[in-house]
Design a protein around this ligand. Structure first.
Ligand code: SF4
Length: 354
């Protein structure tokens, strides 16, 4: 390959990586570039863009600014990398979810501009999906892709709207027909799931400028989390618990054994609404395998008393995929997290108690 062609290939690689910095090829490129946090620390543009990226994710649910509105591909790519380090280091599930959603929405805006074939390639390479770019016209409606139903179900597990239910989709030989906008939306969900689940162990200290940003962000995240806690803490209102949590508590009362994830979910939920460790242990007493020392250790761990992380229960999407989302009601249509359900319902129900 001559040097001009080589340069063009490099330019294309970094252009694509800046658009999709979570992708496998972007991560490989970062490894190739071998840039250290120490080197990035000296780049004011990257620090500024990282801060902007993360603050924007915290403050709004709008998609993040696209690359074309910022300075360079390298700044975009490196700022995503540093942002991920910050999210890993701050260890707040709330922050991680906000960031993942913002980045996934940003990606969706790019997906909408890609060719049908390119979307299929992205889906195959990054998520191992069977996404076939095959234009289909049925009953006057145009579809751009066919997605294997198993991939479709996994990606849309957290979608509440009826239109996404498999029974409301057209299928051909086990493949769900999608329009271009649907494909972009489903891919967005996959990016969000990827970013939420990809957790690395990272801790300060960092080089000076990154350290300063880390401390600022940590303060912002802590005060946001405190504010939200105050909204849900105080008098506990069990009537405002979401149906999934009520069902788990009912199972505990009957002494039914709960899976690990079910125990984690109910414990993290109850801690977050202000129940103390002993009260939660009382709920577990009937479990067939109850051992107070072990149960106390686990509950205190989830409460953050035995480590630096305070946990929140998983989001609805995850609870759907683990079959813990049961008895959904009309209020579930408007939320994506059990604590959001409680926060909203409590505001309505509480005045009856006071
Ligand atoms: S939608 Fe969410 S809050 Fe409602 S029951 Fe399912 S998991 Fe619980």
């Amino acid at each position: 390959m001559n040097s001009k062609a080589g340069q063009m290939l490099e330019d294309t690689k970094i252009y694509e990586a800046a658009k999709y910095p979570w992708s496998i090829s972007a991560r490989n490129l970062l490894k190739e570039l071998d840039v250290s946090l120490k080197e990035i620390d000296a780049n004011a543009q990257v620090i500024q863009q990282t801060r902007r990226r993360l603050l924007q994710a915290l403050e709004t649910t709008e998609p993040l600014t696209l690359k074309s509105e910022t300075s360079s591909e390298f700044v975009e790519l490196a700022s995503f990398f540093v942002a991920k380090v910050m999210v890993d280091a701050i260890k707040s599930m709330f922050f991680r979810r906000r960031w993942a959603t913002a980045e996934a929405k940003r990606a969706e805006r790019y997906f909408l501009k890609e060719s049908d074939m390119k979307l299929a390639t992205i889906a195959e390479r990054n998520f191992n999906w069977q996404l076939d770019p095959k234009p289909t016209r049925i009953a006057g409606r145009e579809f751009s892709h066919r997605l294997h139903f198993a991939n479709y179900l996994a990606a849309t597990a957290g979608f509440h709207e009826r239109e996404w239910k498999l029974v409301n989709k057209r299928m051909v030989n086990g493949f769900v027909l999608l329009r271009k906008g649907d494909t972009a939306r489903v891919l967005r969900a996959a990016v969000e799931q990827l970013l939420i689940s990809d957790v690395k162990r990272v801790s300060p200290p960092f080089p000076p400028n990154i350290q300063q940003m880390y401390e600022e962000l940590e303060n912002v995240v802590r005060s946001r989390t405190e504010r939200m806690k105050q909204e849900i803490m105080g008098e506990i209102v069990p009537e405002a618990f979401p149906p999934c949590i009520k069902a788990l508590i009912a199972d505990m009362a009957e002494g039914k054994p709960l899976s690990h994830i079910a125990r984690f979910t109910v414990t993290a939920f109850l801690l977050n609404v202000g129940m103390d460790v002993d009260a939660i242990l009382n709920l577990f007493v009937k479990a067939p395998d109850f051992r107070e020392d072990l149960a106390r250790y686990q509950v205190e761990h989830i409460a953050g008393k035995r480590g630096s992380t305070e946990y929140t229960p998983p989001a609805c999407a995850y609870l759907v995929s683990t079959r813990l989302c049961v008895n959904k009601d009309k209020y579930c249509e408007y939320i994506r997290h059990p604590l959001a359900y409680y926060r909203r319902r409590r505001k309505w129900i509480k005045p009856k108690h006071s």
